[in-house]
Design a binder for this molecule. Structure first.
Ligand code: NDP
Length: 622
């Protein structure tokens, strides 16, 4: 298939155009591709993921200090037994509990490090924190609880309250162990139970374990030399210190009025909190290595008349529709119709038009259509920076030069205008591959020291680092096998949820499963599937359930076969946690997922459940 494309008026033959025909492009795709490559190469660091520091040892306090819980809390160690231990009380843990109850399993316990339910929404209470997926799709169990979020994108306090609502509605508070961190998980073959050791001296036993840790439960720091020498105040965004800043999640950070503040990082978190700090600090320095793609947010209050029209099954249908748009599958109407779906519609437009013209597309041609759609979308994102930011140097530095899904897209209407404030300075540290050093009194970047009173690390989480770093404790299966050794060449699972040699152990999260940016929907689907397996294993009087070797190997093969294209895409991306900082391991966060998408994945699981055969699982009674 060939069509003519005009680039700045000059016609040339190419084999892809986003809309086909004799389209005039106002940019040169080759030049843009080269610019992306240069910007990527500029940021590649030899130390890759190792540049980040785990919050352990001298840095442990950045994670362990809980500003919201009773520091004097104590309780006697537990040496008891439950049927199911759920590790994590965020949305995935809450959903696991709710779905277990539905399946008739009530003997479970939720073990949670925080002082309440909420997980990421318990910890991340920085000013401006908000879900960036439409709340009608994101907040779980809305229909079951008869709750409609107040706005299209809920702020953190509403989401945290919703976690509590789920906890109360399903009577989960009595079954939770808060302020308790798991130290290790060990399968006891003699007892056929998991042994759970915690920081409270517990030795709990559980027949089944559900890992529900979420993707952002462990914060990380940038490995900038001298962090430990800083004598001012510092904290990670996931432990916001309102005693220091004043105010709350809605603003009012008045104690910063006489403070010079540094924010290090410009990912999805910084995009949301920078406007608040910029509004209140005497001076804010934002240290940026790679700019985020910042699109329109356009939040709005919920239309009550619309809410009244919602019919039973609406939330599942809406989530399905959202996923279909994001996967480029046919849909009648884009129900969510927001920045996320706009990106995917833009990327899919060329392919859709070509198909409508009757063209038969090779995967390569489809890929080039998508690339051109991506270039056009990112051109709009960059144009938005020029339209908003008055200082031309800052505007230039704030433009992202990479494809949309190299980094998480962000949506915010206040971030870019913040750089028009006289008290806000953008410090571009891209050439130096990051901040150079922290001193007793400030931040050194590009050879210049910026004296500050406070450093706020918006440096992200152990989302895609080595699995052990993400989990943070030992998991030992049959015959003393470490899960991390078992996964040393990548995940080995059946459908992402369980692994051979780790009987009665289930994982909710991102792995060899269909991935969705709407994490809570994905967690709910996984929780329902796991609850079904546990229910069936019990009904069949099985002591243990785990995948057969053959079934596990077959699923690993499926994942390998679908992950190839994704890996090429990731390797061409600017470094970040999506691609293991440009490293080759497994092609990044998405390199092991089921790329045909969450809807197809859920169909496979539904078909699997419908047979009632528990195919690929080995159930044992001895
Ligand atoms: P990220 O990992 O996205 O961002 C970390 C930031 O720190 C990056 O900008 C990174 O730069 C920067 N950085 C790291 N090291 C250095 C260094 N040495 N010098 C200068 N800068 C440095 O973390 P976030 O907390 O922003 O977001 C993590 C994820 O959490 C999101 O992607 C999203 O999945 C989730 N989230 C979701 C939200 C929601 O609305 N639902 C809101 C907030 C977060 P570089 O990019 O160059 O590596």
């Amino acid at each position: 298939m060939e069509c003519a494309i005009k680039i700045r008026g000059e016609t040339r033959m190419d084999d892809a155009s986003p809309v086909g025909g004799n389209q005039t492009l106002d940019f040169d795709p080759d030049a843009l591709r080269e610019k992306y490559r240069l910007e990527r190469d500029k940021r590649l660091r030899e130390d890759g993921e190792a540049q980040y520091v785990e919050l352990a040892g001298e840095f442990a306090h950045y994670a362990e200090d809980d500003p919201y819980a009773d520091p004097n809390f104590t309780r006697a160690p537990l040496n008891d037994e439950v049927e199911v231990a759920i590790i994590g009380g965020g949305f995935s843990g809450l959903l696991a509990a709710a779905r277990l109850r539905e399946a008739g399993v009530d003997d479970f316990r939720i073990i949670e490090a925080g002082g309440d339910f909420g997980g990421t929404w318990y910890w991340n209470r920085y000013p401006g924190a908000q879900c960036d997926i439409e709340s009608y799709c994101y907040l779980p169990l809305l229909e079951e609880l008869g709750y409609i979020p107040k706005e299209k994108y809920s702020y953190s306090s509403e989401i945290f309250e919703h976690s509590q609502r789920v906890g109360k509605a399903h009577s989960l508070y009595d079954q939770a162990c808060f302020q308790t961190r798991v130290n290790s998980l060990r399968w006891d073959e003699g007892l056929k139970r998991w042994r759970i050791a915690t920081n409270r001296g517990d030795d709990m036993k559980a027949r089944f374990v559900i890992m529900a840790l979420g993707t952002a439960s462990r914060a990380k720091l940038p490995g900038i030399p001298g962090i430990e020498t800083f004598e001012g105040h510092s904290f990670h965004t996931s432990r916001w210190d309102y005693d220091y800043t004043g105010g709350d999640t809605t603003g009012g950070l008045t104690k910063l009025a006489d403070k010079k503040v540094a924010i290090i990082g410009t990912g999805a978190t910084a995009i949301q909190c920078v406007p608040y700090v910029g509004q209140y600090a005497e001076h804010l320095y934002v240290f940026q290595r790679t700019p985020s793609s910042v699109d329109l947010r356009g939040n709005k209050p919920t239309d009550e008349d619309w809410a009244k029209t919602l019919e039973p099954g609406w939330q599942r249908a809406r989530r399905h529709n959202f996923a279909a748009v994001l996967e480029g599958k046919p849909f009648d109407e884009d129900l969510v119709n927001d920045g996320w779906t706009d990106i995917f519609r833009s990327l899919a437009a060329g392919v859709k038009d070509a198909v409508a013209r009757g063209e038969t597309l090779t995967p390569e041609a489809a890929g080039r259509y998508a690339e051109l759609g991506d270039f056009m979308k990112m051109n709009k994102i960059r144009a938005r920076v020029d339209e908003t930011v008055k200082n031309p140097d800052a505007a230039e530095a704030l433009k992202p030069w990479y494809r949309q899904f190299c980094k998480r897209p962000t949506f915010n209407d206040e971030f870019l205008p913040t750089f028009n404030r006289p008290n806000v300075t953008l410090v571009d540290v891209s050439e130096a591959k990051g901040v150079e050093r922290i001193t007793k009194t400030g931040v050194v970047a590009n050879g210049v020291e910026y004296p500050v009173d406070c450093i706020i690390y918006a440096s992200g989480f152990e989302i895609s680092t080595a699995f052990k770093r993400r989990i943070g404790f030992e998991i030992t299966g049959r015959d003393g096998l470490s899960l991390y050794d078992y996964y040393k060449d990548g995940f080995r699972t059946l459908h992402g949820h369980s692994s051979r040699n780790f009987p009665n152990w289930f994982y909710i999260g991102v792995g060899q499963n269909g991935l969705s940016v709407n994490m809570t929907a994905m967690f709910d689907d996984q929780a329902q599937h796991i609850a079904y397996i546990i229910k069936e294993a019990r009904a069949r009087q099985a002591l243990t359930v785990e995948p057969t070797e053959a079934a596990e190997e077959a699923w690993v093969e499926v994942i390998r076969s679908v992950a190839v294209l994704n890996r090429d895409f990731q390797n061409a991306c600017t470094p970040g946690y999506y691609n293991n900082e440009g490293g080759e391991r497994s092609g990044g966060l998405n390199g092991q997922t089921f790329t045909p998408g969450i809807n197809r994945f859920n169909e496979i699981l539904a078909e699997w459940r419908a047979t009632g055969e528990l195919e690929g699982l080995e159930l044992r009674r001895d």
